[in-house]
Design a protein around this ligand. Sequence first.
Ligand code: HEC
Ligand code: HEC
Length: 241
Amino acid sequence: MKRVVIALALLLAPLIASAESDAPAAAAASAKLDPFTGADPAAGASKAAVCYACHGPGGNGGVNPAWPKLAGQHSSYIYEQLSAFKCGTLPADQRTAAKCSDVRVNAIMAGQVANLSDDDMRALGAYFATQKPVPGLGDKATAALGDKLYRAGDASRGLPACAACHGPSGAGNSAAQFPRVSGQNTIYVATELKDYRTCAANNFQNCDRGGVGKAQMMSTVASKLTDAEIDALAAYLTGLN
Ligand code: HEC
Ligand code: HEC
């Protein structure tokens, strides 16, 4: 009887071994591809370690409050922004030929995107979108003003509600590439809103951010905000979740 079991085991061994060696391939084939970038989040994970130095482990920040969190941000938006940083390194007269739908100028990120391929940028977007965002601490003193502007805007001066595009909980919208803004670092948000505002004040020329396409929408919105309102909104968004 013992012999039969051993013989059976020997007979089955190659089958079991081949089933095992097929397992990773099968898992990869059935891995969930991100629907917006078509990329495998696992491929992005293997390229993301370099990003943690500034964006924190898993993209949840904590290194420098002036630098954004990426965890839970939409894959489509991350991919778009990485492409925009690449476009930001091109001279203005080459951007049309490069089909730049968004342009963002930042010296630090310019160095980071230089060696990323289109596939890398898609995979990084897919990966950070799967990371769970950890909410930050808001600022109670200014939360009321931030909350009011975020939810209702101010019709008397044509300021739309932020929630109309970024959603009631600040989660944004993948399909429209409206970014998640909840839980984001206060200093970072305030800096971006001021960059968008400066862009509108410059008639959408020579912008660090907000001069092209859909980003112009955000510049137009920011052009209506005072410094105090920007600070209140930035602190409010950090605590929103
Ligand atoms: C040396 C620090 C540093 C490293 C490393 C770095 N980043 Fe950044 N990243 C920044 C800074 C600073 C900004 C804000 C730029 C601005 O204000 O326009 C930023 C912004 C971004 C944004 C825009 C976020 C938003 O909410 O709009 C994305 C996306 C991004 N980084 C992705 C990456 C990825 C992916 C990597 C790794 C391949 C990476 N970064 C590595 C510093 C860094
Ligand atoms: C009409 C739609 C719309 C409205 C209304 C709107 N936004 Fe935006 N917002 C956008 C889009 C689109 C972007 C991305 C633009 C880009 O590509 O740079 C954006 C980007 C941002 C960013 C940058 C996020 C990041 O991670 O870098 C912040 C912060 C922001 N919006 C805050 C606000 C606030 C606060 C309000 C209300 C005062 C507001 N938005 C109203 C569409 C909108």
